[in-house]
Write a protein that binds this ligand. Sequence first.
Ligand code: C5J
Length: 223
Amino acid sequence: MSDSLAIPAQPYPFPLPPGRTALIVIDMQRDFIEPGGFGAALGNDVSTLVPAIEPVARLLALFRKRGWLVIHTRESHRPDLSDCPPAKRQRGKPGLRIGDDGPMGRILVRGEAGNAILPACAPIPGEIEIDKPGKGAFYHTDLQTILEARGVTHLVFAGVTTEVCVQTSMREANDRGYECLLVEEATESYFPAFKATTLEMIRAQGGIVGWTARLADLEAALA
Ligand code: C5J
């Protein structure tokens, strides 16, 4: 692809075509990153996700500066929970289940305070916001229609958590023919070992799911 930039990445440089690349930021929500949300209700130490905030904000600045497409997702359910299968609501033994009242409103429900994206990573006018009832960004959403309408072929991924919603979305995108790059510092997991393993899984076997790159390398390539 002659008009593409070569981004230093693993397992080999990622070809980034400027007019056809979008940033997709997965679930940088209070429900996952702040105490009192869904992540904490599941017994996780939510502070493990905090290191992703600043790199995600830098990535947003990078794409905004160039006027490139930015998409944000939120894992969320309708207030009547009609899009939340019982298998999802009842899984595990959380302190609070999806739909229960928590300190930031109803857990993982659309429009509640806890469901919002953190101010540091919040969408600005013109950016696309996708509410998704599943882990994957394509499941029961119009993401693919939006990408096709814009002629997007390459996706740069960031967000939380690495091995759940980020990896699921990246695999969905890979199966749909998108070239996918995950920015290493701009994603975190409640389990550091899961993050490390997910990065390895993505880029193993010649990039079976996609590529991973350091934020500084992407910033330098786009400078
Ligand atoms: C989880 C997510 N971990 N956004 N959601 O349940 O990764």
